[in-house]
Design a protein around this ligand. Structure first.
Ligand code: PHE
Length: 382
């Protein structure tokens, strides 16, 4: 009774063969040993060994190995599966022969595989039809691109760029911006001090003071740059980040001008449909001071997003429907006095925004530290 299961595979007569002796030095002895058991077994071994030795590549080798030793339809495997249906004596002889064949063919297959793999590693043929290796071209960092996009926008509104130092004097970072020495508002701007008087700037606003001391009104300037704070680092806080401040000083500048400018900015960044709001907030260097929020683009301002098993609180705006975008306000009269401008003559507005926050909102980046890690898998997405 034949064993149940699929029929054995067939060996393709067109397959190329080769002498297996280099792979199995005792090939001839093996043939003799098998012939003594049963010439048909010797034939099966010889054919299998020659086919494995003749495999030109790993794919061909695999195909032949499956036909001979494959678990389902391998010829040797099927032969072993049929043993129980044989009379006892025949079963012993065939069983011994087939087990030898199985072991020897496996050895030849492994030896041939090694030869093929070594050859593939050392081969130096030049295939002139292969496409060339594309050189890996880098590009600018996402923050640099956002900065330039914003500078472009403000350039269109008549602003030019003013750069001021990252290592700043206390006077410019704080005092002349109307943070008196013991003012509690300094607490929110803890930073790295080089001396009692010299520190890493906590915002780009000191640039206003330098620009106003240097130039006469009217002024229309933007101040891009890196800023520092001694923050506990987490997903949304780093001890260095980037800001752009803006400053507009002239006669009769009003809060309405500020609002129009900020709305132009928000619509350029978040689309013409973007809704914004100004809410009052304290900064020592502006009066009145405000914060501009933009409607959360993730939840459309509802504060809730659809999720499995019903609506969930929107994680981006924390359920408020609004995202804080920037700080702004009318330049404080004390700041004008500190730089020698006459607050009876001029008025002005200013604003300051964080670039990381804008990029995180726009691209849905969940982690501020990614900007600094320089992992190309992150960088190349922008
Ligand atoms: N300099 C402020 C900060 O870094 C932001 C700001 C700028 C607020 C201009 C009002 C006006 O927090």
């Amino acid at each position: 009774m034949p064993a149940a299961g699929p029929p054995a595979a067939a060996l393709d007569p067109s397959w190329v063969t080769a002498d297996p002796t280099p792979l199995a030095p005792d090939h001839a002895q093996r043939l003799a040993e098998l012939s003594a058991l049963d010439p048909a077994l010797a034939d099966l071994y010889r054919r299998g060994a020659e086919l494995l030795a003749g495999a030109a590549d790993v794919a061909a080798l695999h195909e032949r190995q499956v036909a001979l030793l494959g678990r389902e339809r391998g010829i040797v495997t099927r032969g072993l599966a049929e043993l129980p249906s044989l009379p006892v004596e025949a079963r012993k002889v065939r069983g011994r022969g087939l087990n030898l064949i199985k072991r020897w063919l496996s050895e030849i297959e492994a030896a041939r595989r090694l030869v093929l793999e070594r050859a593939a590693e050392t081969r130096e043929t030049i295939d002139v039809t292969l496409p060339g290796r594309r050189p890996w071209v880098g590009h600018r960092h996402v923050l640099g691109r956002i900065r330039d996009e914003l500078l472009d926008l403000f350039h269109g509104l008549g602003y030019s760029v003013y750069e001021s130092p990252e290592v700043e004097r206390d006077e410019y970072n704080f005092t002349k911006l109307n943070f008196p020495p013991d003012h509690p508002a300094r607490d929110a701007h803890d930073t790295y001090f080089l001396t009692d008087d010299v520190l890493l700037r906590t915002h780009t606003s000191p640039g206003w003071v330098r620009a106003m001391e240097e130039r006469k009104p009217p002024l229309r300037l933007v101040f891009p740059g890196r800023v520092y704070r001694a923050e506990q680092v987490d997903a949304s806080h780093m001890d260095q980040f980037h800001q752009i401040d803006g400053l507009f000083v002239d006669r009769n500048v009003s809060m309405a001008d500020l609002k129009a400018t900020l709305n132009a900015f928000a619509r350029a960044i978040y689309g013409v449909e973007a809704r914004t709001r100004l809410i009052p907030i304290y900064f020592p260097f502006v009066e009145p001071g405000c914060q501009m929020d933009v409607e959360c683009s993730i939840c459309g301002g509802s504060g809730r997003v659809a999720g499995e098993g019903g609506a969930r609180r929107c994680a981006v705006c924390k359920g408020t429907g609004w995202i804080e975008l920037l700080g702004a306000g009318m330049v404080h009269t004390e700041v004008f006095r500190a730089v020698g401008y006459d607050p009876e003559e001029v008025t002005g507005f200013a604003f300051g925004m964080g670039l990381e926050r804008i990029a995180m909102m726009r691209y849905g980046i969940p982690e501020i530290r990614m900007f600094l890690e320089n992992d190309v898998r992150f960088l190349r997405q922008f």
